[in-house]
Design a protein around this ligand. Structure first.
Ligand code: URA
Length: 433
């Protein structure tokens, strides 16, 4: 085979075979195919799309480019959840223990945050002593013992995706449904899940800006999952305001504890219960999502979900007194209110601007090398649909900086105020199953 012929084939919109796609991915991973040829192929894909068979072949070739985690020693159906990234998205911290409290094994590999979205691992590390680097046999043992472990990625999962993503980033080829879908699904499949629940977010703070684009991506991922033998369900959820109230590591852990105690923000609790219901059904621990929902709600109210979180924190070396008394979690030295300059109704809270504000305060990383200040962030006081008077507090800035004016400006800019009343926004737009 010659790469130039395959580039030309794709440019003429002729379907590539599975063998050809495997050859390309192997060659690129082994550095036999140069970046300039791979870039040309990627651009042809951006323009000509990929067929269902090509998308599956690309995903599987990327899975096979590295290690595949073997979770077969864990009893039961292993269901993973993936979010395409949002601001204030602490759902994994709540979903893990909640679903595990129903007997569903959760063996989760999570990532760190970069840019305006936070990472589950960083949030967990705001709990003193929490260890997220665990050997594979211990990881599996912990899931068998208590049904839940969350760790950093181990091994060399889907290296082809890592190289391709870096190339796409600098060649204007990130925005392509087949390339995004295969990138995300290759990592999920390599991480060993039997079934996958996806939370595809759209809006200002999200990767996909519109509902239509998010739907197209979600459908593509569900098809790939199914064709690869993994039951997959995708949610389409709104990111036109941050999820819950808290943005920042320890602040989000605190909100997760409140939610696990049945006292969380309504939007966050509802999304968690809906996602968890589908995970429980996929794991065959409930006959339908309505039944699962009722049982899960009970687990939030009777303390079992919170108890599971404590067990998990203890198993990974974390200080459980911080879970019992969240005020022992890291805090910021000052809390500054950000007030409304006009009266009206909150129409929109630009999640991207809030995410940037949190990052400027030190809650996130602008570059991989940055260190995180665990106690800082933003806590919203008003959400979309609420009426406000001039001088009302819109949000609180939790800061250790002498001057937080830049972050405050981002927060002010994020709030759009309307003079006429605004409906509370829909959070879950669709579920593709
Ligand atoms: N996230 C991924 O993992 N891959 C993409 O291509 C885009 C977002």
């Amino acid at each position: 085979m010659r790469m130039v012929d395959l580039i030309s084939k794709k440019r003429h919109n002729i379907e590539l075979t599975t063998a050809e796609i495997e050859w390309i991915i192997n060659g690129y991973t082994n550095k036999e195919i140069p970046d300039y040829q791979m870039s040309a192929l990627l651009m042809a894909i951006v323009f000509n799309d990929m067929t269902k068979a090509e998308r599956l072949a690309l995903t599987q070739a990327m899975v096979n480019s590295g290690d595949v985690v073997d979770l077969s020693a864990i009893e039961g159906v292993k269901v993973d959840k993936h979010s395409t990234g949002g601001v204030g998205d602490k759902t994994s911290l709540i979903l893990g223990p909640l679903v595990a409290s129903m007997g569903v094994p959760v063996a989760k590999m999570s990532g760190r945050g970069l840019g305006h979205t936070g990472g589950t691992l960083d949030k967990l590390e705001s709990i003193s002593g929490m260890k997220i680097e665990i050997e594979m046999d211990q990881f599996i043992q912990q899931v068998n013992d208590i049904k839940l472990a969350i760790i950093g990625q181990t091994g060399n999962l889907a290296p082809a995706d890592k190289y391709l993503y870096a190339l796409r980033d600098v060649t204007g080829t990130v925005e392509s449904i087949p390339l995004i879908a295969s990138s995300i699904m290759s990592k999920k499949i390599a991480a060993g899940a039997d079934a996958i629940v996806l939370d595809v977010k759209f809006g200002a703070g999200a990767f996909m800006k519109t509902l239509d684009d998010a739907k197209e991506l979600a459908t593509a991922m569900v098809e790939i999952g199914r064709d690869a033998g993994r039951e997959t369900v995708a949610f389409l959820t709104d990111m036109n305001q941050p999820l819950g109230f808290a943005i920042g590591n320890a602040l989000e852990v605190k909100e997760a504890i409140e939610t696990l105690s049945g006292n969380g923000p309504k939007d966050l609790e509802e999304l968690v219960l809906q996602l968890a219901s589908h995970m429980v059904v996929l794991a065959k621990k409930a006959a339908n999502t309505e039944q699962a929902y009722a049982q899960l709600k009970e687990k939030l109210q009777n303390g079992e979900a919170l108890q599971k979180f404590k067990e998990f924190v203890a198993a990974q070396g974390g200080d459980t007194s911080q879970i019992e008394n969240p005020e022992l979690l890291p805090t910021a030295s000052s809390v500054i209110p950000v007030t409304a300059t006009e009266a009206g109704y909150v129409e929109k809270i630009d999640a991207l601007s809030i995410g940037i504000a949190a990052m400027k305060l030190g809650a996130g990383r602008a570059t991989k090398e940055d260190t995180i200040d665990m106690g800082v962030g933003v806590v919203l006081n008003k959400k979309v649909g609420e009426a406000i008077n001039q001088g009302d507090v819109l949000a609180y800035v939790h800061t250790n900086q002498a001057d937080s004016q830049e972050a405050i400006e981002y927060i002010k800019k994020a709030y759009e105020i309307s003079s006429s009343s605004v409906c509370s926004p829909t959070l879950i737009y669709d579920i593709i199953a």
